[in-house]
Design a protein around this ligand. Structure first.
Ligand code: GLU
Length: 410
């Protein structure tokens, strides 16, 4: 077997030496991020001259729109290279508030209700740090984004998974939530549009969660990096806009996906002022501030309606998502519906009688195609694999051909 591909399958090397005794149990016992690990290894393989069709991490083919890059470059040239306020610049927070009002119908006070974050992931960390005491429980979806469980563990919390079933269209029922709530439950994490299933939660879905959160005095963290990517004319609904929920929701948004700005690491959290005050204190200690010129670029992305080149991205992405998922569904042995939002295909491989890990390992080895095993997203992801659909048309067509040939051999 190709040694480079073998290393991609194995995960990080196991280092064993005396100093391990002084390492943190919380960290040692955690799993690596399969999305980031697979994408990193795919990059290494490509750098070493190997051919890899990488549909693993959620990274689009397009580069950041040039008008956003120009705004950051201008800021840097003009000397905007120093630390900003820990909460983010006044202009950046105003741009975020403008976006929330313009697109989400949310009236946020930029002085007290918004903090700049390094993407939604870092927003999640400071949200959980703000909410959790050691031993507190956080309800998460299964399947869900690979970093929720580990981040909760790093912070001394306990994650409690509630399964999402295909027969319920991957939506929670409030009874399922009620069943797992204890006196230690502090928060719920939700993602909409959902990674990895592609569900866009309707107002009714969110009302069920809101009712439970209000009844049990819980905070809900809504992870919304895909909120501008809803397909088939669907509309994103913000949990924070439901009655009684503004006070008990932390809304996380970013430009990572929608503006192809993953490398910039930029986003924000919107929450009540008492939470933002604590989250700002955390930013002071943990990162000082989000990069100054990155905020300057993001101001034009959040502060103005998206320009034509961004609208073009989104149109292209819907076409790619529909084409990729419909084509996968036509391969005998696979089932895949068109996601309601986001850019992942969530492919049911149960007819093939193979584990998701084995399927992905073998596909990589035989066809040089990288996907993410569904089991990485939770126990209930096991019969699925995740495909990022927003690559170049050439990659999509070649990837489809290779996946089809591979599945035919089962
Ligand atoms: N969030 C993306 C994914 O699910 C990117 C990977 C990551 O940052 O964890 O693939």
């Amino acid at each position: 077997m190709n040694l480079a591909i073998q290393s991609l399958k194995q995960g990080p090397p196991k280092i064993s030496y005396m100093s391990e005794l002084s390492l943190s149990d919380r960290v040692i016992s955690s799993e690596p991020s399969s999305t980031v690990r697979i994408a990193d290894k795919a990059k290494l393989l490509r750098e070493a001259g190997h051919e890899v069709y990488d549909f693993s991490a959620g990274r689009a083919f397009e580069h950041t729109p040039s008008y956003v890059v120009d705004a950051a470059l201008q800021a840097m040239s003009a000397g905007d290279t120093h630390q900003t306020m820990a909460q983010g610049t006044t202009k950046y927070r105003k741009a975020c508030a403008n976006k929330l009002l313009r697109e989400n119908g949310i009236e946020a006070n930029p002085e007290t209700e918004i903090v700049a974050t390094m993407g939604c992931k870092q927003g999640l960390t400071i949200s959980l740090l703000t909410l959790l005491n050691p031993g507190d429980e956080v309800i998460i979806e299964d399947p869900c984004f690979v970093s929720y469980k580990q981040t909760i563990q790093y912070l001394g919390g306990v994650s409690v998974s509630v399964p999402l079933f295909a027969k319920n269209n991957f939506r929670w029922e409030s009874e399922q939530l009620e069943e797992v709530i204890t006196e230690k439950t502090r928060a719920i994490i939700m993602c909409t549009p959902h990674n990895p299933t592609g569900v866009v939660h309707s107002r009714e879905d969110l009302e069920e969660v809101a009712e439970v959160a209000i009844k049990h005095n819980l905070t809900v963290i809504t992870d919304e990096p895909y909120e501008r990517m809803t397909w088939g004319g669907r509309k994103h609904v913000n949990l924070a806009t439901l009655p009684g929920m503004a006070e008990r929701t932390i809304t996380l948004m970013s430009l990572t996906k929608s503006f192809s700005m993953g490398g910039w690491r930029i986003g924000f959290a919107y929450a009540s002022s008492n939470k933002i005050e604590q989250m700002t204190k955390l930013q002071q200690h943990l990162i000082t501030c989000v990069n100054s010129f990155v905020q300057a670029g993001a101001i034009v992305a959040f502060g103005q309606p998206p320009r034509d080149e961004v609208l073009d991205f989104w149109q292209q992405w819907e076409k790619k998502v529909v084409h990729f998922t419909n084509s996968l569904d036509q391969i005998a042995g696979l089932k895949c519906y068109v996601p309601e939002g986001g850019f992942y295909g969530w492919v049911d491989i149960s007819e093939l009688n193979v584990s998701s890990g084995k399927f992905c390992d073998q596909l990589l080895e035989d066809e040089s195609v990288a996907l993410v095993p569904g089991a990485s997203f939770g126990r209930h992801g096991e019969n699925f694999v995740r495909v990022t659909c927003v690559k170049s048309w050439d990659e999509i067509n070649e990837g489809l051909k290779r996946i089809s040939e591979f599945v035919q051999r089962f």
